[in-house]
Design a protein around this ligand. Structure first.
Ligand code: ADP
Length: 593
């Protein structure tokens, strides 16, 4: 990854996280808002219930405050007298004083026709005196002997009020007039309005009779039938008011829209009059409070998230610093490593140069060694031949001539044997394995062949030979002549090693061990001394006297055994003497492999 990829990937990573965060925020805000809305609605409904109960009791209080007064007045002697037609003006004065004390709008006495004969407001610019209220239901009910109660707009004053009327009876109980009081409710409405709350009362016809909002008053909640409308007009309950329908829609059990504003709507009945009291609480603040909750929670969540992100980015920054320090260290190590590699490469180059120098030098040394050996080996027989040839020029003795010819023949044979040994190294891969024929050969037969050639040498050297070999053939895959050459070499070396020894014992052992064929040649000579086998296997290494060995025997033998997939081992025996062993895979084993 190149360093320019990192910011691009980080940007995409951040964008993805921001999108996820926004989705989570929206998904959490909706239920949170709904929850808060339900909570605040319930709370507001509870409050509205409490408020409407309170308003109900104040309304009932206001209406019932003077409910016994007409009953008491109906039995007052002054009232009774006035009903009979006596002292009516005096009663007016008396009622006026009374009204002023009780805060009533009016107290008045009507005769049996409904004509007001005495009134507390007798001296006011608009007075009930001499007005006829015979059309009013409360008058009729009272004249019929019952208590009359009525809410309506004043026919004279045009002010709304609650009327209570009682019959005034003579001694025998016949109603001779009707005494009535008018209770003004504008103060109650004013207290509702001043409270800043939305309250109104509707009567059994669904007409809003009292309201904290003036615009709702004398509107109907539902359409009124034409018959009912005619009856209302007949008793002039609401004067000339058109009683149009209120602009409201019911949205749910406790929810309405009035003049385009959403309200929670709670009602309670006022049984005495068959009225219903309505309390409205605006839904706007509930919505606002719910929004505030969502916003506050969002702000808290954002603050917490910001703090968390801050700590996270701090952690990342610290980790980044650490990793930058690490990578700086790594770069330094890399640079050091690169320098070391370069140094090593140069050292290897130097080594390679030194090695090829050495190879060249050792080739020259080998050539020198070879030249020395060959010169030495061939020098002696050639010098001897020259001597024989010079002597032959002066010697006429036929016997002597034959003897010299024999000697010359012997010297040629020796030179030939030196050439034969050197030829081994002249072939490709030293040994010429390519043209060596491999066949199944019995190691016992190899010994038998070698023994025939060595017979004279063994006898001449006075060596005592012992042989140990199995009855059955010990078969290996190999070249008969080459293996024989190795064995002859080993035996000749053994005989040479025992030349100066007192006891000359040669022991040949043929055996099989762990699927391998072992042929060992043990002697009682001086042993290997300080030389290792590797050293003795080096070409031209010889400890023998000049002219006796070229130091090639073991080198050739090792190569031959190697090409037969075998091993040549050598060690000094505990009782002195050396033992050389040829270790070859058995033919059966080799075929299986
Ligand atoms: P050469 O016989 O011409 O010296 P070889 O390669 O056959 O060359 O042997 C190398 C040397 O190994 C010998 O010079 C001799 O010192 C040592 N050597 C070989 N066979 C024996 C043995 N059986 N006992 C002791 N030394 C041995």
């Amino acid at each position: 990854m190149s360093s320019s990829d990192i910011p691009i990937n980080l940007g995409a990573f951040r964008r993805r996280w921001i999108v996820i965060l926004v989705i989570v925020a929206i998904l959490s805000a909706i239920p949170l808002f709904a929850l808060a809305y339900v909570y605040f609605t319930n709370e507001e409904l509870q409050r509205a219930q409490n408020r409407v109960s309170l308003y109900r009791s104040t309304l009932i209080n206001a209406l019932e405050r003077f409910q016994h007064l007409p009953f008491v007045l109906a039995r007052d002697t002054h009232v009774l007298k006035a009903a009979r037609g006596e002292d009516r003006a005096a009663l007016s004065v008396r009622l006026s004083r009374f009204a002023a004390q009780t805060d009533l709008e009016a107290i008045y006495l009507m005769d049996r026709s409904g004509l007001t004969v005495s009134a507390s407001n007798y001296d006011a610019p608009i007075t009930f005196l001499n007005q006829n209220y015979g059309f009013r239901p409360y008058f009729r009910k009272a004249l019929a002997g019952q208590r009359g109660e009525f809410f309506g707009i004043g026919a004279t004053t045009s002010l709304p009020g609650f009327f209570i009327a009682e019959p005034v009876r003579d001694e025998i109980g016949t109603p001779v007039g009707v005494i009535a009081i008018k209770l003004g409710l504008s103060n109650l409405e004013k207290s509702w309005k001043d409270g800043g709350e939305f309250v109104f009362a509707s009567n059994a016809d669904g007409v809003v009779v009292l309201s904290s909002e003036a615009s709702w008053r004398y509107h109907t909640l539902t359409d009124i039938s034409s018959g009912r409308r005619a009856a209302i007009q007949a008793n002039r309950q609401f004067g000339v008011e058109p009683l149009s329908t209120l602009n409201w829609t019911v949205k749910g059990a406790s929810s309405i829209v009035l003049d385009g504003t959403h309200y929670l709507h709670v009602t309670t009945s006022v049984p005495k009059l068959g009225w219903t009291l309505h309390f409205l609480a605006e839904e706007g603040p509930i919505w606002q409070r719910s929004m505030v909750v969502v916003i506050v929670v969002a702000i808290i969540a954002s603050v917490l998230l910001t703090i968390a992100l801050f700590f996270r980015s701090e952690r990342i920054r610290i980790a980044l610093q650490a990793s930058q320090a690490d990578s700086r260290q790594l770069r330094a190590i890399n640079a050091k490593l690169a320098t070391e590699i370069e140094e090593r490469r140069m050292a290897e180059q130097r080594l390679e140069r030194a090695r090829s120098e050495l190879a060249r030098a050792s080739k020259l040394a080998a050539l020198g060694q070879l030249s020395a050996s060959v010169t030495h080996e061939l020098g002696q027989p050639i010098a001897a031949m020259r001597n024989y040839l010079a002597a032959a020029e002066f010697d006429d003795d036929p016997n002597g001539r034959q003897d010299r010819l024999n000697r010359l023949n012997g010297l040629v044979t020796r030179i030939e044997s030196i050439f034969n040994q050197l030829k081994f190294f002249a072939k490709p891969g030293f040994s010429g394995a390519a043209d060596a024929r491999l066949e199944e050969v019995d190691l016992r037969a190899i010994w038998t062949g070698a023994r025939e050639l060595l017979e004279t040498d063994i006898e001449n050297a006075g060596v005592e030979l012992t042989l140990s070999q199995p009855e059955q053939p010990v078969l290996v895959r190999g070249n008969h002549l080459r293996l024989e050459q190795v064995l002859i070499n080993l035996v000749r070396n053994a005989i040479a090693a025992m030349e100066t020894a007192k006891k000359r014992a040669l022991q040949i052992n043929i055996d099989t061990q762990n699927n391998r064929a072992i042929l060992s040649v043990a002697d009682s000579g001086q042993g290997l001394g300080n030389y290792s086998l590797e050293q003795l296997q080096e070409p031209f290494l010889t400890t023998r006297a000049s002219g006796e060995g070229m130091g090639l025997g073991l080198a050739i033998s090792t190569e031959i055994i190697k090409e037969h997939d075998g091993r040549l081992t050598a060690e000094t025996r505990p009782d002195g003497g050396a033992v050389f062993a040829i270790d070859l895979p058995l033919a059966a084993e080799k075929e299986a492999a």
